[in-house]
Design a protein. Structure first.
Length: 170
């Protein structure tokens, strides 16, 4: 018989592996000059979609990593609802992305760094667990937060040094 502790340890290990995939997407986004945020959507133990933040390259203000991953996953699965899915993302999602996850009925969200300036899972709003809404999302925060946050810090530090664009939340 496996104990409770072992079970949650296994889950954490699996979560960590998926967060590494999200981090790889974030690094890819950074290489394109995008704010480094990456997401991967997992259903039935497999990655159905993965994406990096791309609003600048796509000229699309909605092209956050989470939205792109949700769109890819829904298209691939042929279903606009993803009730078995876990979305892993390196940064706490904004209100738009939390809204999209609620629409998709995503079961679980695992994110890395908190976003004190636009986070809507915990920092500014708690849209995953608002009793007025008709869906709840289980939220796990802070997984590999330091690694996820450092990627953003480094990106904004370099951008400031280069004299381009305004700073981000870090
Ligand atoms: Zn977003």
């Amino acid at each position: 018989m496996t104990g409770q502790g072992e079970d949650s340890g296994d889950i954490m290990e699996v979560d960590g592996q998926w967060m590494q995939v999200a981090l790889a997407e974030a690094r890819r986004a950074a290489a394109q000059g995008e704010v480094p945020v990456g997401a991967v959507l997992v259903a039935g133990g497999v990655a159905v979609a993965a994406a990096g933040n791309a609003p600048i390259s796509l000229n699309d203000p909605t092209a956050h990593a989470e939205i792109l991953a949700l769109r890819q996953a829904a298209a691939r699965l042929g279903n606009y609802r993803l009730p078995e899915a876990t979305l892993y993302v390196t940064l706490e999602p904004c209100a738009m992305c939390m809204g999209a996850m609620l629409q998709a009925r995503v079961a679980r969200l695992v994110y890395g760094a908190d976003d004190p300036k636009s986070g809507a899972a915990r920092s500014l709003y708690t849209l995953g667990e608002d009793p007025r809404l008709n869906h709840r999302i289980v939220v796990v925060r802070g997984l590999m937060a330091e690694e996820c946050g450092n990627l953003l810090k480094e990106f904004f530090r370099r951008r400031r040094q280069a004299g381009g664009g305004p700073g981000g939340p870090f």
